[in-house]
Design a protein around this ligand. Structure first.
Ligand code: ZN
Length: 331
């Protein structure tokens, strides 16, 4: 099986937190771990954040330091053979910085909140920003911010024109809806990957895009009771390394604690306890691919230990790989 360890390289968007705690420090730990076990990672880099840092860094010395350290880390990741691909949070267009910190505005959180010309422009500029690190023709995989890939037909041409051929935003059976964003993946094909044209949930054998979904797992409420309780009982082990706060998701906590839910297979915090269970599910469903998601900001000491154990257990028989290394199979 091909296993992709993918990370959304970004700040928090409720209260942003710091670049050091949310991105640089946890990614450094991941890099050391991956070097020790000779596995490669995929970073879905929030390019809108880099562009905003670039915009403000000549005015605010603190941002100049963040920018330089982040570009250095991304260059080091790329040179070491890790993957850098496109993650878009277009709401950065509406955000600003002052002495008080980032002022977040998430009223236009998804690409579909923008007009056609703005979508073209955002995808073009964000991809180009990452090419400053990777060089040309390396960015071909995409993950939508907040998994908001629907409706796809409005963003299709901007992605295609800019060389995107692979999407990994869908997680089968996932569903969420709020004021800021929504997604509904309840009708996703039950496959490792598939081709599509206009809708990532509809397989078309002549599709120009490939959907390689994030693996998903069906969780009981008991799991989330444990997750929240352990966070309270042993915060040192279970607290996120990042120092910001996510956008509020009203009703989500209650839903997790009272009903069975589908969620992404993730290394974030206590979710990493389910990696081996998720792996066995992939095997029994005869899936040839496993896409694991994580966020440097949301890693915990527990999650990092669980990830390392998972890598050690599977590193011989399975292939930990990247989109960059498997590019031919997606084009
Ligand atoms: Zn994101």
């Amino acid at each position: 099986m091909n296993i992709y360890l993918t990370f959304d390289y970004e700040l928090y968007f409720g209260t942003t937190g710091t670049a050091d705690r949310c991105i640089l420090h946890p990614t450094k730990i991941l890099m050391e771990m991956s070097e020790k076990h000779n596995v490669k990672l995929v970073q879905f880099v929030d390019a809108g954040y880099l562009i905003k840092l670039d915009e403000y860094r000549s005015i605010f010395p603190l941002l100049e330091i963040d920018y330089q350290l982040i570009i250095l880390q991304l260059n080091n990741l790329w040179k070491a053979g890790h993957d850098i691909q496109l993650h878009i949070h277009p709401h950065w267009e509406d955000c600003s910085y002052s002495e008080a910190g980032w002022k977040m505005n998430v009223s236009r959180y998804t690409l579909n909140d923008w007009n056609d010309q703005q979508i073209e422009d955002i995808v073009y500029r964000y991809k180009k920003k990452l090419e400053e690190i990777t060089g040309p023709n390396q960015i071909f995989a995409f993950r939508a911010g907040g998994w908001c890939i629907q409706p796809f037909n409005r963003i299709k041409s901007a992605l295609y024109t800019n060389g995107i051929r692979l999407d990994t935003s869908v997680f089968p059976n996932g569903q969420y809806s709020s004021n800021e964003y929504d997604y509904d993946f309840r009708n996703a094909p039950c496959k490792s990957k598939w081709k599509f044209n206009d809708d990532p949930l509809i397989e078309e054998s002549n599709g120009v895009f490939t959907e390689l979904p994030i693996s998903s797992i069906y969780n009981s409420p008991l799991f989330y009771w444990k997750l929240f309780l352990l966070g309270r009982l042993n915060p040192h082990f279970h607290k996120s390394l990042g120092d910001g706060k996510p956008i509020a998701t009203p009703g989500q906590r209650k839903k997790l604690l009272t009903t069975f839910t589908y969620n992404t297979v993730s290394v974030d915090g206590y979710n990493a306890a389910l990696l081996n269970k998720a792996f066995r599910q992939q095997i029994s469903a005869k899936k040839e691919e496993m896409v694991i998601i994580g966020h440097p900001k949301a890693l915990s000491r527990f999650g990092l230990l669980a990830l390392e154990k998972f890598i050690i257990k599977h590193n011989r028989a399975e292939t930990f790989t990247t989109f960059r290394a498997q590019k031919k199979s997606f084009l």
